[in-house]
Ligand binder design. Structure first.
Ligand SMILES: *Cc1c(COP(=O)(O)O)cnc(C)c1O
Length: 400
């Protein structure tokens, strides 16, 4: 039998070395547990980075995909297909947005949102020199456009020039946003809850004031819900808890629960005054297989009361994490909302995460100092207990 170590050596010879991967080869999943090829079980508090909301090996989801594979996997966007029509209708309903464009990833959804915002401004003054305000510490993806609005200079440095006319402001500092506004500003872009940047939710007042500024100046509010959306914070989309509405929003990650799919959505007003026939496209985006995944995910969210579960389990998770914060000096505090939580630590967390992995718990960092918890949305309180017990042994070893 080929063991994990040999596979890892082969991987390191064949794959481009852009990740420092955990030293585990995963084979299968069941519910909130993952199994490596040697049969070891892991409680998963990452869900493939906020993707597998429904838990692994969900029979209804798997069966729907298998049935679609037997019918039709791909056509092209030059034809209509029923799964995409159904998925778009359902996505409109849960978001309250009016029009949907399906993409293959989160970064592509951000690219589309940027293009829509620029076209909207172009149609007003015929110029192509508009500016976008994005946030420091934000993350929007690795393609050139998405990277250009990502507020982490380290990610951008080697890859310049970025797309032009991007200005950065501070999340939750309204004046810093206002200071960046000019006559050329076409969009203000932010994650409703910053994910990679360290689990920073937008403050309510900040969001309201940014929205009001956008309305006053006819600037488009673009909310990136790729990580914080799809029920993770206890609402289908995190912005729905703020009493505001974006002009454009992006979604991906849990949208297909593992089948690569994303989307950007907009209001009818923006749709009528931005991207038109020939302005944007994708070969795969919203193909029958991907759209079937979206359909089934949205159905199962309703049937299995996923958001209700988030709201039932999240306070318990917060309570457990707060107890750890109190008990261990190494942990500075907790940040987050719903099942999107971060433990802010006083030093690098890589060793703690590695140790948790050895003890059968999968965690991930956000930045060097933050342990990020983005579990499947079907976790139970018992799963939270199991996670907290393992994490506790990691911290107590550390503080001995
Ligand atoms: C993951 C992520 C992206 C990029 O999505 P990909 O599918 O990796 O391209 C963009 N924005 C946010 C907020 C994300 O968390």
């Amino acid at each position: 039998m080929i063991m994990m170590k040999e596979y890892i050596e082969e991987a390191e010879k064949a794959l481009l070395h852009t990740y420092n991967r955990y030293q585990v080869v995963l084979e299968k999943g069941d519910g909130v547990y993952l199994y490596d090829i040697e049969g070891k079980r892991y409680l998963d508090f990452v869900s493939g980075i906020a993707v597998f909301a429904l838990g692994y090996h969900n029979k209804a989801y798997d069966d729907a995909l298998k049935a679609q594979i037997d019918k039709l996997i791909h056509t092209s966007n030059y034809f209509y297909n029923v799964p995409a029509i159904e998925a778009a209708k359902k996505l409109k309903k849960v978001s309250g947005m009016d029009r949907v464009f399906f993409t293959n990833s989160g970064a592509e959804a951000v690219e589309g949102a940027i293009k829509a915002a620029r076209k909207y401004a172009y149609l007003k003054d015929g110029a192509a020199d508009h500016e976008i305000i994005a946030m420091e510490h934000s993350f929007h993806g690795r393609t050139m456009g998405a990277l250009s609005v990502t507020g982490n200079p380290g990610y951008r440095e080697a890859f310049g020039p970025m797309i032009g006319n991007i200005r950065f402001a501070k999340m939750n500092d309204f004046d810093s946003v206002k200071d960046q506004v000019t006559d050329k500003t076409c969009a203000i872009l932010l994650e409703t809850v910053q994910g990679e940047g360290g689990i920073y939710p937008a403050g309510e007042e900040f969001m309201e004031r940014v929205k009001a500024l956008c309305e006053e100046r006819d600037i488009l509010l673009v909310l990136d819900e790729i990580q914080c959306g799809m029920g993770r914070t206890g609402a289908m989309f995190a912005w729905q808890k703020y009493g505001i509405k974006p002009d454009i929003m992006t979604t991906a990650k849990a949208l297909g629960c593992g089948v690569p799919v994303g989307a950007f959505l907009m209001t009818e007003h923006v749709a009528q005054h931005s991207l038109a026939s020939g302005d944007h496209g994708t070969t795969y985006g919203g193909n029958p297989l991907a759209a079937t995944a979206v359909n089934k995910v949205l159905d199962l969210f309703e049937e299995n009361h996923i958001i209700e579960n988030v709201n039932a389990v999240a306070p318990y998770l917060e309570e457990k994490l707060d107890a750890l914060v109190k008990k261990y000096d190494f942990i500075e505090g907790r940040r987050g909302t719903g099942l999107m939580q971060g433990l802010v630590c006083k030093g690098p967390v890589a060793d703690t995460i590695k140790e948790a992995m050895e003890k059968g718990l999968i965690l991930i960092n956000a930045g060097t100092n933050i342990i990020r918890l983005v579990p499947p949305l079907v976790i139970t309180k018992e799963n939270v207990d199991e996670m907290a017990d393992i994490l506790e042994t990691c911290f107590s070893v550390r503080e001995q």
